[in-house]
Ligand binder design. Sequence first.
Ligand SMILES: [Zn+2]
Length: 430
Amino acid sequence: MILSAEIILPVSYSPILNAAILIENGRIRDIGKKDEIINRYRSHEQMEFKDAALMPGLVNLHAHLELTALKGRIFNEDTELMHWILRLVDEKKATSADVISSGSEKGITEAISTGTTTISDISTNGESLYKLKKTGIRGIVYKELLNFDDTKALSCWKKAIEDIESLRKDETALLSIGISPHSPYSVSPRLLGLIKEYAEKEGLRLTMHVSESREEIKFISEDKGPIKDIYLKRFKWDKYKRQVFGDCKSPVEYLEKEGLLSPEFLLAHGVHLNNDDIKMLARKGVPVVHCPRSNVFIGVGVAPFYNLISEGITVGLGTDSCASNYSLNMWDEMRFAYLLHNRINDKKITAEDIIRAATINSAKALCLDDKTGTIEIGKEADIIAVRLPKRDTDTYRDLLLHTMPNDIIMTMVAGKIIHSSGIEGFKNVN
Ligand SMILES: [Zn+2]
């Protein structure tokens, strides 16, 4: 199949005007000027996208699809993450399994119809794997684990391993399983050690919420604050802090001590990383997922996006869940990130930086950059067609500022169209 459009944004190199892509067996086989490609491969079916751009599909690096049904139900005015989490737990308990399940499906539909071709989803029971499988999207589903009681680490892990191994039997070429120990303050060191050992042995990816709030830093470095108060009052876990974190001054220091930091470990949020943390992450090659709307929604602050990329850290973008955001649309996330960081960093962050974060950098963060994230020969054809808005001098900025959901004409994963907004935007030439 040949896809052609007014412009192709490969992301890894300069845009090509009036260009085409040859796709065979789900992979990109050739890219070039439209006339040349059509002449070279005359027998292939053609699909022309008029007034549109072809670009790599978007990679949502941090989602919790199972929380989509909680959209608009939790707003945190006291800006404390722990109270937000406790409300989330209560709201989830009060919501039926059917509502949660259909919420996940709606979330996946929203992601695909707005151009997401890969999703990195954290799931308490792994159910999203089966929902994602039906759609043809690419992704990693991380089984989430949360237990701070070290005496229960083994029993918790025994149950988890059964679930993980059962989920792994249903992995596909597009979908794989990872593990998400929730955070340094909510997973005991023993459980963390068991997770790490298994993930290393089996080559599974890990992701964790780290340095998301000031409360977390205060708890780990000073043994104070709302997390400690909640642990004392609700769980009577008064001795844990000193036993677990010792003299660590930050969550990153603790994770380094526990041997977690590596390119296979995806750090989520990192809002309150200090300079030493950032240098450590750069040294260890740890990728970071930035979720700007969620951070502002919950009120935890703004992550040091510019400092992270300046240190050469791979930073991707994620929407987080609809419990702390208002959409799973990566264009909304990119737009917000661009406006925020372009302004607070003296215009040093460009629209191209943000689109790279949501495509190739997010793919790199998942170790999937050999398959997706750019339009390059040899990669799998994860491509979207986006209607071009009114012309500016910068196509990246133009798309970023103007793309709305109905501008996504087509979403393709591994050469298969999994969403199209109808045929009015393109015509099949043959
Ligand atoms: Zn999250």
